[in-house]
Design a protein around this ligand. Structure first.
Ligand code: AMP
Ligand code: GLY
Length: 428
């Protein structure tokens, strides 16, 4: 019997995550034509990049109906917050991702903090404010540093760790009065500063049961030694040698299972990838935030480590049969190091020619595209995070050495990357 090939639409942010998911899906026997909204030069090699943005839900819906798309994957925060899953489901289309209500765990920090409080989940002490005066008064009574977060989505830039009251007040004024993040800053969350290693947890959830991923770590700051500005994430490693089975069991029970149980009893079961960001404090793991999707660049290493056909997993998730499926992870370590444009996460130029990718031929190394575009047959930069160089190995050190070796073959004007990805993890 011949297998039915599926027409698949991948909706996301034209990042390394979207390329990595497409790369993995393309390996499935059941993968037919792939469409990406948006895409990059990497996804263009796997399928068709559409001239539709991920936030244009009506256009995506129209495309999916017209093209008779069999399956849509919603991968990034904006379309989820706009309710793409609800809209597609209303029209009877098969889509994978959390509903708008379940994804609120990510798109409203005030909601997620109140959720954690209501369900007794471990997180930083906090208060939420809509009034500038009250927020300022609260801050003046707290120890420093103090963390200030705009409520809504702000491209990972809505978080400030203020080292002085002056900086805290200035931040509150920018977010609440000057509204530099627009309505995302109508409400602010002010919270305690947590100290300890930051880790990324991912779990598949079909709303009834869940399966854990290996634990990973991203590197958020642009500068070596975790200095400089926050970014979307510039390097990931997995699994983490310093997180033992006992700690993972605690995280699974007290954070993942408890969160999924909480959101289910609230009447909005979570179907998709639950990605809590944690800090391992001396008082135990605490939740920094929830994401309702794969991390980027966490997804890249997970796609390198996953044994199963991803489409089998997606089917099991949509059909609520996750508990019947065994998910297998390779017994390897993986890393993904992001090559960025000069200036990122601030201003940067686009259109720089990228050279050397074709020299990377080692089978354990895979290049994932993020901000790339073909211009007159040249591969050029088209974003802040440009490429992710991923490698696997029997040890973390081996994986990192392979990735850095591959990076030495690539160049573009202004290229910057961290040379210390995984360094702290190896020392812990
Ligand atoms: P978020 O968007 O909430 O993930 O915050 C962005 C980054 O700011 C996180 O990845 C952490 O590195 C840092 N951060 C956020 N909240 C805290 C906190 N309460 N304590 C320490 N660091 C934090
Ligand atoms: N790697 C961080 C994020 O995807 O939010």
């Amino acid at each position: 019997m011949s297998v039915k090939k599926l027409k698949i639409l991948i909706v996301g942010a034209a990042g390394g995550r979207e390329h990595a998911l497409g790369w993995k899906i393309a390996q499935s026997k059941r993968a037919g034509e792939l469409f990406f909204a948006r895409g990059n030069a990497g996804t263009a090699e796997l399928g068709t990049n559409l001239d539709i943005k991920e936030k244009e839900i009506p256009k995506l819906l129209e495309f999916a109906q017209k093209e008779k798309i069999d399956l849509t994957l919603a991968l990034s925060d904006d379309p989820l917050a706009l309710g793409i899953v609800d809209e597609f489901q209303k029209e009877g289309l098969r889509i994978w991702g959390p509903t708008k209500a379940a994804a609120q765990l990510e798109w409203s920090k005030a909601f997620s903090k109140e959720f954690m409080r209501r369900h007794g989940l471990p997180t930083a002490k906090f208060e939420t404010f809509t009034g500038f005066g009250a927020a300022k008064k609260y801050v003046s009574q707290q120890p420093l540093p103090i963390v200030i977060k705009a409520d809504g989505l702000a491209l990972g830039k809505g978080v400030v760790i203020a080292q002085s009251f002056e900086e805290a007040n200035q931040t509150l004024e920018e977010i609440m009065v000057k509204k530099i993040f627009g309505n995302s800053g109508t409400t602010v969350v002010i919270e305690e500063f947590l100290v300890g290693p930051e880790i990324s947890i991912h779990a598949f959830s079909d709303g009834e049961s869940y399966k854990m991923f290996p634990v990973s770590q991203d590197h958020k700051r642009i500068g070596e030694g975790d200095t400089g500005l926050n970014t979307g994430g510039v390097g990931t490693i997995a699994p983490l040698p310093f997180v033992d089975k006992e700690m993972m069991a605690k995280i699974e029970k007290e954070i993942v299972a408890a969160t999924l149980e909480g959101i289910r009893t609230d009447g909005t079961p979570f179907e998709g990838i639950l990605y809590p960001g944690l800090i391992l404090t001396k008082d135990g793991p605490k939740i920094l935030e929830y994401n309702a999707r794969f991390g980027d660049p966490e997804a890249q290493i997970y796609m390198r480590l996953l044994e199963n056909d991803l489409l089998d997993i997606v089917d099991a998730l949509i059909d609520k049969k996750l508990n019947k499926l065994e998910i297998k992870w390779k017994n390897l370590f993986a890393c993904n190091i992001v090559l960025c444009s000069g200036g990122y996460p601030g201003e940067y130029e686009k259109g720089k020619i990228i050279s050397g990718i074709e020299k990377i031929i080692e089978k354990d190394t895979v290049v994932f595209h993020a901000g790339t575009k073909i211009v007159r047959q040249d591969l050029t930069t088209n974003g802040g995070r440009v490429l992710g160089i991923s490698a696997t190995g029997k040890s973390l050190k081996e994986a990192l050495d392979k990735a850095y070796e591959a990076i030495s073959k690539i160049s573009f004007e202004g290229m910057q990357y961290r040379k210390d990805i995984g360094k702290k993890a190896l020392e812990l």
